[in-house]
Design a protein around this ligand. Sequence first.
Ligand code: CMC
Length: 392
Amino acid sequence: TGLVTLDPGFVNTAACESDITYIDGDAGILRYRGYPIEELADKSNFVEVSYLLIYGELPTAEQYEDFADRVRRHTLLHEDLRKFFDGFPRDAHPMPVLSSAVSALSTFYQDSLNPFDRQQVELSTHRLLAKLPTIAAYAYKKSAGQPFLYPDNSLGLVENFLRMTFGFPAEPYEVDPTMARALDLLFILHADHEQNCSTSTVRMVGSSEANLFASISAGINALFGPLHGGANSAVLDMLEGIRADGGDVDSFVSRVKNKEPGVKLMGFGHRVYKNYDPRARIIKKTADEVLEKLGSNDPLLDIALKLEERALSDDYFIERNLYPNVDFYTGLIYKAMGFPTKFFTVLFALGRLPGWIAHWREMLDDPARKISRPRQVYTGQAQRAYVPMNER
Ligand code: CMC
C-alpha cells in the first residue's frame, strides 16, 4: 500500500491547488483572486466579490449588471419548498433548516444533477446565490412565528434579505442603509477562506461528482460546528455567560488557561493566522461605528474589549499566537442588527456561499481532480476469530 503519512486535521497536507484565495497567516494577509481584502472591503460590494471569486476577474459594468440581474431573478422559492418550513419544529436551529432546504433544491431542480453540464452549473450557481437569502429569511420567520414575505426583486441582494427577514407583509419596510452596508461588508469578509473545514467538505463531497446543491448542503453542515462557523454564536454565549457571572473577565481567562473542559476563548485562535486576523482588524474598525449608528451601547461590547485586551497581554495567548479571529466581533454587530444568537451562523453561510461555489467549480475543472479519499493508519485489533454470542 506504499508509505502513508499521518496528518490529523490536515495541518500540513495540501489537498489541491487553487487560484482563488491567498492567505499568509504569519503576515496577516488575505487576498481574493489577488485583491487585498482591505481594498475589497472598502471599495467593492458582495455581489461583485461573488462574481470575482466565482469567475476569477472583476466584472465589467455589463457583466456586473447581467450577473446581478440573474441573482435577483431567481430569489423565489417553489411553493412546495416553502411548505417544508411548516414541518420543522418552531425552535429548530436554523442551520439544519438551511442545509435541509438546500439539499432539497436537488429534488426541485433535477436538471442540476449533471455537474458537467456547463449551462446547468451556471443556472445552479445563480439559483443558489439568489435563493439562499430567501431560505435563510424563511428559517428566521419560522423561528419567530411570523408570516413569510415573498422576495421583492427590485431590491439588491442584502436589502431584499433584510426586508424578507425583518419586514411584515402589510407594512412597508425601510432598509436602514447603515445596516445594509455593514451586512454587505461582513458578507465580503466571510466570502472565502481557502481550504477551511466547510470548503474542504464542499470539495470532498463534490469530488464524488455530487451536484452543487448536495455539496453546498454538506458544507453548511460543516459550518454548523462551534469550532468553525458556530463560533460567532458561541462568542456571544460566552460573553453573556461572563456577564451573568458578574462580568469578571479575569476569572474567565483563568478558566481558559486552566483548560477547563469545554472552556475556550471563543473567537480567538486560528489554524492559519498566527497573527491578527486581517478580517478581525476590519471588523473591529467598523464595529464601534456600526454599533453607535444602530444605537446599541451593549454592555457585552465592554466585556469583549476587556477580554481582548486581557488576552493580548497574557503569556498563555502570546506564546500560542492566539489573536482575535473574524468571529470575535461579528456577533455583537449581528446582535445590534436584531438577529437572534442562533441565527449568526446562517449569516456566515450566506457570506461564505460564493467561496464554496467557486471552489466546487474549480475542483470540477481541475484536470488533476481525483475523488477525495484519505488514507488512514490502522490501530485496531489484529485478525481474530469470531466468538459466538453465547460464549462472549
Ligand atoms: N482558547 C484557548 N486556547 C486555545 C484557543 C482558544 N480559543 N485556541 C487554541 N488554543 C490553544 C490550544 O488549547 C492549544 O494549546 P496547547 O498547545 O497547550 O495544547 C494551542 O492553543 C494550539 O491550538 P490548536 O487547537 O492546536 O489549534 P488549531 O489550529 O487546531 O485550532 C481553532 C484552531 C480555530 C479550532 C482554535 O483556535 C479554536 O478552537 N478557537 C476557538 C473557536 C473559534 O473561534 N473558531 C473560529 C475560527 S475563525 C472562523 C472560521 O474559520 O470558522
